[in-house]
Design a protein around this ligand. Structure first.
Ligand code: FE2
Length: 523
């Protein structure tokens, strides 16, 4: 190598190259010195020369180098061994192996152990420049690649976070939906339907069954289900009692309706899943088992996951609270309604002619409603409000109520207040508007001449129209203080004569049919 040759490459002045730290490892001082001058000429200021592998290893303990030009054959540790050790410490240091006796095996061995390139002695300084530029370009590419990779990772991270966020929002909205829906449910039967529908929707499941736990026997009773064959409300399911006080779900039931067997472990004292194909959620009220929800057959053959479990557990916790409130409310309402009904009976008992009038009117109303194809809910309304339809008579003086003769117009005006007094009494009990209307409008007339609102035709609530016919029929068909009961045929004729005037023709038709076909009524 000539000094002139070195000067030829002084034009190589890459700004990035100037920042490099270079080490030369060679036991030939001439090589070290020549390369040092050459690198200086390129503008590289940080150059270290050492004569052996041991010195090189000692040096890299102290500093990190960008490039190490290293002789392969040196006294002491050879170049390959030094290469391995340096790579073990500084993975990204570029090591260029220099040798005068290259073999293919040597080259492959060096490259395999992390050498960046190879210089064959004697080499031209131009070769060094080419190597440096090649490695540098490679590094730039690697750096770009790394940046792209980082960017990609960043995007992936953002996507992952977005995904997590969406999941959390989904969770929150489903939880809100459960709380919101529950706040609008006041009937137990609606609650159980809600549990089933919500668990099916939330988990994308095909089957769900909610069963009530009966402490006495013990056994489970199906209250509501979806997707199960031949399982209906009231269906009884056996449970197995283990020695350690755990109750296990009946294996036959699970096998038959959920297509799974071996339910050992499916207790309902703890939240649990079995093989993730089935999820069992116990419902507890004040730490006592109340019921159990089984959800199965997740769509597309998927397994139940922690998210499903979380939502169902949340559903169970919230619903249990609601069940407790509804039960308390129902008990309270039921006992208040029962008290009022006995009050009505007490009023009726004062007058031997009206005894049991309200209960008969209720019975007739239900039969007529059934004949007319009214819904189950409407029949329930008649059952709850019918006995109370005359509760407002509490506010009417006994002397008027039990008067044997005809009423004066003033007395009749007082009597006419009883529907409104009645509604005021029952309104705080939580009766729904249709139930209240039965009481308020049972003295309205089809022709609009009734009271208290003077409604006519179909503006009168249907259940009030039904109760009105039943009420009038019983009044005619039973003894009164001022007259004896009318013959059955006369009562029927009166209904028919007043059909379209006082009464809804459709109700009269149904009522006549019911009364005619019932020997207990027709006599
Ligand atoms: Fe009445």
């Amino acid at each position: 190598m000539q000094i002139e040759a070195i000067q030829e490459y002084q034009t190589v002045n890459e700004p990035d190259l100037r920042k490099l730290k270079v080490m030369i490892v060679d036991d030939e001082p001439m090589i070290c010195e020549t390369l040092k001058i050459f690198f200086h000429s390129m503008g590289i200021n940080s150059i270290k020369t050492v004569e052996s592998g041991e010195m090189a290893l000692s040096e890299i303990e102290r500093a990190r180098y960008d490039y190490i030009f290293m002789d392969l054959m040196m006294p002491g540790i050879n170049g390959i061994e030094v290469l391995k050790q340096i790579k073990g410490i500084h993975q990204y240091t570029n090591i260029i192996i220099m040798t005068g006796y290259p073999s293919m095996d040597t080259v492959i061995n060096a490259m395999r152990n992390g050498a960046s390139d190879f210089l064959i002695k004697p080499f031209r300084l131009q070769d060094i420049k080419i190597i440096l530029e090649r490695i540098h370009k490679f590094q730039i590419l690697m750096e770009k690649n790394w940046l792209l990779h980082q960017e990609l990772e960043g995007k992936k991270e953002v996507e992952k976070l977005n995904c997590e966020l969406e999941k959390m929002i989904g969770h929150q909205s489903r939880m809100y939906d459960i709380v919101d829906s529950l706040s609008r449910i006041s009937k137990s039967e609606d609650l159980y339907k809600f549990i089933i529908n919500k668990s099916i929707d939330s988990c994308n499941a095909g089957k769900a069954c909610f069963m009530l736990y009966r402490h006495e026997d013990p056994e489970l009773i199906v209250l509501c289900q979806h997707g199960l064959q031949e399982v209906y409300p009231g269906y009884r399911v056996a449970i197995n009692h283990s020695a350690n006080e755990n109750y296990f779900l009946d294996d036959n039931f699970i096998k038959m309706h959920f297509g799974k067997s071996k339910t050992e472990g499916l207790t309902f004292s703890n939240y649990c899943t079995k093989d993730n194909d089935l999820i069992v959620i116990p419902f507890q009220i004040r730490n006592e088992p109340f019921g159990v929800l089984i959800v199965g057959e997740k769509n597309n053959g998927q397994h139940f996951n922690d998210e499903d479990k979380f939502i169902l557990m949340f559903l169970a916790d919230r619903t249990a609270l609601n069940i407790e409130n509804v039960a308390l409310y129902n008990n309270l309402t039921h006992s208040l309604m029962a008290s009022l009904a006995s009050l009505v009976s007490a009023i009726e008992a004062k007058d031997p002619y009206t005894q049991q009038h309200s209960s008969r009117v209720t019975e007739y109303s239900i039969k007529i409603a059934d004949k007319m194809g009214c819904s189950y809910d409407d029949i329930q309304r008649l059952e709850s409000s019918g006995p109370l339809h005359d509760i407002g008579k509490i506010g009417v003086h006994d002397s008027i109520l039990n008067k044997p003769g005809l009423l004066t117009s003033e007395e009749f005006e007082e009597i006419k207040n009883h529907p409104l007094i009645g509604v005021n009494i029952v309104a705080p009990l939580g009766l729904d508007p249709q139930e209240q209307a039965i009481i308020r409008n049972h003295h309205e007339r089809w022709d609009g001449k009734g009271y208290p609102d003077g409604l006519s035709g179909e503006k009168i609530p249907r259940l009030s129209r039904i109760l009105s016919v039943a009420d009038s029929f019983d009044a005619m068909n039973s003894n009164r203080a001022y007259r004896k009961s009318l013959p059955f045929s006369t009562c029927i004729r009166e209904l028919q004569i007043n059909s379209g005037k006082q009464f809804d023709p459709e109700v009269v038709e149904a009522a006549v049919s019911v009364f005619d076909s019932d020997p207990e009524i027709s006599g």
